[in-house]
Every structure is written in C-alpha cells, then in structure tokens.
Ligand binder design. Structure first.
Ligand SMILES: [Zn+2]
Length: 344
C-alpha cells in the first residue's frame, strides 16, 4: 500500500490524537472526496496549496490558470525545519487541495496536515504512488527523527514525472470538468521533464570517470547520483572541532587529491568553513579545488526566474556539476535560459 507509506508516521500520530475518523481523507480513497465543487460558470477556481515550490511549480504547469496555486515555502527555506505559521494554517484550511512531498520531508507540518485533512481538505502526499523498491533509505538512518526514506525524490526527474501524474489525477478528481486540460498540461510537463532528463544524462556522462564524485553540503543528492551514476559524499554536520570531523575532512581531501576531483559544491545552509577546510587541505597537498557553485537542493531559485522553476532548478544543478567536474555542457544549460555566469 504505497499510499499509506508516506503517512505511516502521520497515521500513528493521528491515531494517538484520536483522529482515525479523518484518515479516510488522508488515505486518498473515495472517502477523500471532500465535496468537490463543480466548476460551473462563475464558480470560484479550486484553491491549491503546495508545501514546497517543486510541487507548486509542477502543479502550475499542469493546471495553468484553471486553479489558484499558492506555495507555502519560498526561496531558500529548509522544509526539514519549517514550522507552519498561523497564516499557513489559515491558508491550508482555506484550500481545496493541499499537496505535500511526504516521506517526512515536512516533518514539522504533520499536525497541521492532519488538521487540514480532518477539516475535509484533500491532503495529498505527492510521493504516495512511488513503490518502496525505488525509494532510498536516508544516508544517516535516524538522523532526522523518524525518517525512514530519503525524501529528496525531485532530484530524479523520472521520479518527479511520476509525481506530476499524481498531481494531475488529484486535480482532475477535485475538478472533473478540467480533466482534459490537466491531461494536456501533464503530457506537456512530462515531455519537458523527459527532455531535461535526456540532457542531464548526456551532460553528466561526459564527466571523466575518476571525477564522478559529487561532494556537497547536505545529503539531498542521492536520487540524483543514482540516476546519473555519480558517487555522492555529504559534508553536512562536519565539525572541524571534533576528531571525527577532522578525520572526515582528511578522508575527503585524500579523495579529492587522489582522483584529481576539480570541484566541491556548496549550499547556502552550510558553513563556508567546512568547504574551505577541504579546499585548503587539498591545496596543501598541491591540488587545486574550486567551489563549483551553489546547488539548489531543497528549494528553488527566485520566483519569476528560470532557476525558480523545477526544470530550471535541475538544469542549473546538472549544468553546474557537469562543467565544474570537467564534463561538457553549454554554459546556459539545456534550454539556454540559465542566468549568465550562474555556472563556472
Ligand atoms: Zn534536504
């Protein structure tokens, strides 16, 4: 029961809270139909709230102006830590559909999601149909509370394309007259995601074998690495003050030097000094390492920019990684739309 998996913890918790009655809604079965409003002439557009922008953007691509779409977390917000504000709760309760990633990405939103489901909102974890066999375990089990699965599914475009289908189906269930429009929107975004994936495969395959190591700030890139055949090493949680931290830095420096890996990557959430320690350590051993750019992991770029779309976010990452690690990719990416000098 894939649909239940993302909800395991939520369900446990809801049961504790005595909300079992509301769980038919959570499970997304027929009882989830919270009086869908037919979109008659003059009827208001369905309201959709997405927790993260990777979901909101795809929903917008599918639905166009047919629905009203808002995103809870903006640029640079960490969904692992995000706590809903009072106005988020009001917005959730005022929405017809609430899409969230699930797999406990939005761990601090659990209570609010349960509350919205209980109030009759259609509350849908977009990863619900992904079979357990294709999900990854987190790099550090137990590192983030009850984390059972690695939630960073959007990093594999083929998986996110399947997620797009869940979004389209949910929209069609809530707004049956829009079914054809959603189907067209879905086909369009899936074709563009497939083209992006093909570009990524080609670009990343051009990185020389020994340099196919992605050293990044936090553990968001395992789905990406699996899809495109890279090895990933995270540097999050490294403290240069602990012995383990020092050893980890030494190991990573050795890896950089031994394989002549030309770049490491940063994310805004990670202390610069950890990355510095790697760059300096390699320099001390005569190997120059560049900082290969800032990658988008759990949030997209600025709203209104190409990097502020799902396609643009992945394009940026693919292009930056490829170029920094010695592969070949056009400076402005798959669609010639990346901001100039966004990549090394
Ligand atoms: Zn993350």
């Amino acid at each position: 029961m894939g649909g239940d998996r993302g909800f395991a913890a939520l369900r446990r918790r809801a049961l504790l809270l005595g909300l079992a009655g509301g769980l038919g809604l959570l499970a997304g079965g027929p009882s989830a139909l919270a009086q869908p409003r037919a979109q008659a002439q003059g009827a208001r557009r369905p309201r959709v709230l997405a927790t993260v922008a990777m979901i909101g953007d795809v929903a917008r691509e599918i639905a166009g102006n047919r629905v009203e779409i808002a995103t809870m977390m903006g640029e640079g917000v960490d969904p692992h830590l995000y706590r809903p504000t009072r106005s988020d709760i009001v917005r959730m309760l005022g929405s017809d559909i609430v899409f969230y990633n699930g797999l406990l990405l939005e761990g601090k939103l659990t209570d609010a999601l349960v509350r919205a489901a209980r109030a009759g909102r259609r509350v849908v974890p977009v990863t619900e149909r992904l079979p357990a066999e294709i999900l990854l375990k987190p790099a550090e089990p137990g590192g983030e509370g009850e984390q059972i699965w690695d939630p960073h599914v959007w990093m594999d475009p083929r998986l996110w394309s399947r997620v797009a289908a869940v979004i389209a189906d949910t929209l069609a269930e809530a707004d049956p007259p829009g079914r054809e429009e959603y189907a067209r929107g879905l086909a369009d975004i899936q074709a563009r995601i497939a083209a992006l994936d093909a570009y990524a495969e080609r670009a990343l395959a051009s990185i020389p074998d020994r340099q196919r190591v992605l050293i990044t700030a936090h553990d968001a890139f395992h789905y990406f690495a699996r899809r495109y055949g890279l090895r990933v090493e995270g540097i999050q949680g490294l403290s240069t003050e602990s012995e383990a931290g020092v050893r980890r830095i030494e190991d990573l420096v050795a890896l950089l030097v031994e394989r002549r890996i030309p770049a490491v990557f940063v994310e805004s959430s990670v202390p610069e000094r950890n990355v510095r320690a790697l760059v300096d350590g390699a320099a001390a051993r005569g190997h120059r390492v560049a900082i290969g750019g800032t990658l988008f992991s759990d949030a997209m770029g600025a709203p209104g920019s190409y990097e502020g779309t799902y396609i643009g976010m992945i394009d940026h990452n693919v292009t930056a990684i490829t170029r920094a690690l010695g592969g070949q990719a056009p400076e402005r990416g798959a669609n010639a739309r990346l901001a100039a000098r966004a990549t090394p």
